[in-house]
Design a protein around this ligand. Structure first.
Ligand SMILES: N[C@@H](CCC[C@H](N)C(=O)O)C(=O)O
Length: 273
């Protein structure tokens, strides 16, 4: 008879439809690999998610959060998941991530995060060679002259008249894999609305089009403030809903938005691999 394999406990959560499988490795032993992350994220044969989130003990914060995209790549930051982790672990949390430490505070059905300061130098994005990150002389079809921002992870932001009309499903993967971005890049297309809010669509590195991207909303706010399109604080509207983002040059980015716990369950990982 086949021995019973150990079950992996997980939480399914989302922030504005950007969804996560959250595994707490503080209470069970897990060896995460690219293949396991990809299998768990697979919507046909796994549980399905945009990002796999692994929680571990931290020496410098309340908890450490590791982030794996649906393609299995491990990355530095995830804003929507940081709100979900804040909700999961309690009222307030210092969350260590590879992209920096985030401070989160739960509020009702969501959380407010202090995301730290953006990095704006070309080699901090990173880009393959030196250029002005506020006025980049590059373009892909109708998408031209972007702004690059690193908010723990790398983002490129294009401002257009109407973000709904751009074929991001076609251009996103081309830009993500352009040699200008040695670590690949998340691609944001935004328009400034008549009420001063920002409408945003995001092609996420390692995932594709998502319903929302928290770090993308932060990077877009930073780009919009640097371009003097908005100031102080605004609402960023994504396909999955709205986030409130505040940023003043020289200060940390603040993000407020929902975080939803959908269910908790267990899975036999041998069934996936
Ligand atoms: N969904 C996230 C961002 C996740 C990581 C991103 N795809 C990357 O590769 O950097 C968010 O809410 O910020």
């Amino acid at each position: 008879m086949r021995p019973v394999s150990p079950k992996l406990a997980f939480h399914k959560m989302h922030g504005l439809g950007n969804d996560f499988v959250v595994i707490d490795a503080r209470v069970q032993s897990v060896t995460m690999t690219e293949g396991l992350a990809r299998a768990l994220a697979d919507r046909h044969t796994g549980i399905g998610c945009d990002q796999l989130i692994l929680l571990e003990p931290s020496d410098t914060a309340d908890i450490a959060m590791r982030i794996f995209n649906a393609d299995g790549s491990e990355v530095e930051a995830c804003g929507n998941a940081a709100r979900c982790v804040t909700q999961l672990i309690g009222a307030e949390a210092m969350i260590e991530t590879p992209g920096g430490t985030i401070y989160g505070k739960s509020e009702g059905g969501g959380a407010t995060l202090d995301m730290g300061q953006p990095r704006l130098d070309w080699d901090a994005i990173p880009l393959a060679y030196a250029m002005d990150t506020l006025d980049m002389p590059v373009g892909w079809d109708a998408l031209e002259n972007p702004v690059a921002v690193n908010v723990g992870n790398p983002h490129l932001v294009f401002f257009v008249d109407n973000a709904d009309t751009v074929d991001l499903a076609r251009l996103g993967p081309i830009i993500e894999h352009d040699p200008l971005f040695p670590d690949r890049v998340n691609v944001n297309v935004a328009s400034v609305e008549p009420d001063g809010s920002l409408k945003l669509h995001v092609w996420e590195r390692g995932v594709g089009l998502t319903r929302a991207c928290g770090t993308g909303a932060c990077a877009t706010m930073v780009a919009a403030v640097r371009r003097k399109l908005v100031d102080g604080e605004t609402v960023v509207r994504l396909p999955g809903g709205a986030l409130s983002i505040a940023w003043t040059p020289g200060e940390a980015i603040r993000m407020t938005g929902p975080a939803i716990h959908v269910f908790s369950a267990e899975i036999d990982i041998e069934m996936l691999l």
